[in-house]
Ligand binder design. Structure first.
Ligand code: ADP
Ligand code: MG
Length: 203
């Protein structure tokens, strides 16, 4: 992993995220059709495509500016629950990075921690509620422990897989009660893709 991450890295991260959710959109929608309303793939694809296009037109000078800008785009283009939640994640993380021209992976881990806390506050969810937090939390923790982007991606994917036996307590899936058990959470699955995109951006 490179020791410092510049604005170009963060733009590559967002572009890789757009490609990943585009690639996996059908899977995200299938998961959301089991325990939601079958729009998660479309929501993520629309949101991140808008982010990638906007960053192409207006590149943004610093890591923090890239993420704040991307977060705003997600909020304005995605109507579902995931838009404001992912938008808040990126905006809050970007704000925590401040206006530094380059940041370390350790600083990114800390900033993402603030972003994840903001998602928990906005959505009122906690670990184990079968939401995106169940992948975001383990991913950020692994990064903070020095596991690198690959370690974080692994932890986030394991966190997403671990949502299968959980009972949903937040979002649409919670309306199903016990019937939410046995399905992987779509938002946790897309959250794991964001960590995979970090690996790609660093490659
Ligand atoms: P919607 O539920 O409005 O159709 P999406 O289908 O795009 O939105 O996103 C659903 C995902 O959003 C869920 O799988 C879950 O991970 C996440 N989610 C929903 N509500 C919450 C919440 N209160 N806190 C955290 N994540 C949530
Ligand atoms: Mg949905």
């Amino acid at each position: 992993m490179s020791a410092v991450l510049d604005a170009g890295f963060f733009r590559r991260w967002m572009t890789a995220a757009a490609a990943a959710v585009d690639r996996e959109a059908d899977r995200l929608t299938d998961l959301d059709s089991a325990i939601g309303d079958a729009d998660h793939g479309a929501n993520m694809r629309r949101g991140f495509a808008a982010v990638a296009a906007a960053l192409e037109a207006e590149p943004q000078p610093t890591p923090g500016a890239v993420l704040v800008f991307a977060g705003r785009r997600l909020i304005s283009t995605v109507g579902g629950a995931s838009g404001p939640l992912y938008g808040t994640l990126l905006r809050r993380t970007g704000k925590a990075l401040g206006d530094a021209a380059e940041v370390t992976p350790e600083a990114l881990a800390e900033a993402l921690g603030a972003g994840v806390a903001a998602v928990a506050q906005l959505g009122g969810a906690t670990a184990g509620d079968k939401t995106m937090l169940d992948a975001l939390g383990p991913g950020v923790d692994a990064l903070g422990r020095g596991g690198g982007f690959a370690g974080a991606a692994r932890a986030a994917a394991e966190g997403a897989a671990a949502t299968v036996p959980m009972l949903a307590r937040k979002g649409r899936a919670s309306y199903l009660g016990e019937r939410s058990i046995g399905h992987q959470d779509p938002g946790a699955t897309s959250a794991a893709l964001l960590f995979e995109a970090l690996v790609e951006a660093a490659a």
